[in-house]
Write a protein of this length. Structure first.
Length: 386
């Protein structure tokens, strides 16, 4: 008898969303089908599935053990979130080639349904990073006598939901800083920066409104800028590896000496990015908004405002809450970034009593950068570093 052939062997999911993409969360039921298309007739010992989910990190570092000796140190770590097995055809034992207990599949297309429930405990969001990843998949294995097993695998996406409609993530984030430049025996005036955003939590596709005032009392031309950064942190064997990536940025107008620029809700859009990962012990994905002043020949003056990228967007009640929060925070902005009175010169830095910075004080020693920070976060969302 001439045995048939397996024409195709695939795994498909019963998707839960309108975009037909397999996306799940903790506690969801993952269901799907193993599809087998055969020509002729085949005999099968078993058809098994294995669902797996894990976070894994790996990187290498070069070490010196002496003047002429070098070696490579590997750092690896893994955390398991899902491990589920099931048999769709046949029995558990498939290590022999017995003709007993075989299932005959005739020519045609067949679908074998499977389902499993994801753990109720928090799961890490699917992620692909430079030194690690979080992956979930279902693998199917078709065992036949006298032949090597056929294998197929398909990944699915898990989102651990982060609701940005919480008081902590609706709280405004704000701060002020100034820097005095000093070179040789001349002390320049300070460069001052105040910045605020309406809340800490956002979702991809939203735009962050940035309220800021930058005052340049130095003798240099400076440029105010803002950028969103993603920080990936990987942990293994007591060590850590950090990768910082630019997500989005914008540039303000160049400021000559004595000039001021005000941002009244300058928009910076968040592109499609992975949500924050805050509960995985070996991988963290965090975001921040950096509002800074680019100073030629000196260290930039910068404010880092932490962000949390969530999965559940702002709902109408959250919008009203955010609006109230925004009004309160705008009161702070009104105190920190006052309107200029009529008749006040638009250039020069003679009047500084209303700005939220310390007075200049005495001249500093030569070639020293003096940085005076008043940076504070409103209702800081506590993130426990693993």
């Amino acid at each position: 008898m001439v045995l048939g052939k397996v024409k195709s062997f695939t795994v498909s999911y019963d998707c839960l969303n309108d975009s037909n993409v397999p996306v799940f969360s903790s506690g969801d039921c993952v269901s799907g089908r193993v599809v087998i298309e055969v020509t002729g007739e085949i005999r099968v010992k078993s058809l098994k599935i294995h669902a797996k989910g894990f976070a894994k990190v790996r990187w290498t570092e070069s070490r010196n053990a002496g003047s002429n000796t070098a070696y490579t140190q590997n750092y690896t770590e893994e955390v398991e979130y899902l491990n589920h097995k099931d048999i769709l055809i046949g029995h558990e034992r498939d290590d022999d080639n017995s003709e007993e207990g075989l299932t005959t599949i005739h020519s045609g297309r067949y679908e074998y349904a499977f389902s499993l429930e994801l753990p109720q405990t928090p799961l890490a969001t699917s992620f692909e990073g430079k030194h690690g990843s979080v992956r979930y998949w279902v693998k199917a294995e078709l065992h036949r006598p006298w032949l090597l097993p056929m294998k197929t695998k398909k990944e699915f996406t898990v989102f651990e939901h982060i609701d940005i409609n919480t008081p902590l993530l609706l709280s405004p984030q704000a701060g002020t800083k100034d820097k005095t430049l000093c070179c040789w025996f001349c002390t320049s005036g300070p460069i001052s920066l105040s910045a605020k955003i309406e809340r800490k939590g956002y979702t991809p596709g939203e735009s962050i409104q940035i309220f800021a005032e930058i005052e340049n009392c130095s003798s240099r031309m400076v440029v105010p800028k803002a950028a969103i950064y993603q920080t990936q942190t990987f942990y293994a064997k007591g060590k850590m590896k950090e990768v910082k990536q630019l997500v989005a940025n914008l540039r303000g107008e160049s400021l000559s000496s004595g000039k001021t620029e005000t941002w009244n809700g300058k928009m910076l859009k968040i592109p499609p990015v992975s949500p924050s990962i805050l509960d995985c012990s070996i991988i963290r994905v965090e975001y921040s908004l950096m509002v800074y002043v680019d100073i030629p020949g000196a260290i930039n003056l910068s404010l880092n405002l932490p962000l949390v990228i969530g999965t559940i967007p702002l709902h109408p009640f959250g919008s009203r809450t955010s609006s109230v929060s925004s009004q309160c925070s705008m009161s702070w902005l009104g105190m920190g970034l006052p309107e200029r009175p009529e008749g006040r010169p638009r250039s020069g830095c003679r009047y500084r009593s209303t700005l939220p910075f310390n007075s200049l004080g005495s001249p500093r020693k030569c070639c020293v950068f003096h940085e005076n920070s008043h940076f504070s976060l409103l209702n800081e969302y506590k993130i426990n570093t693993k």
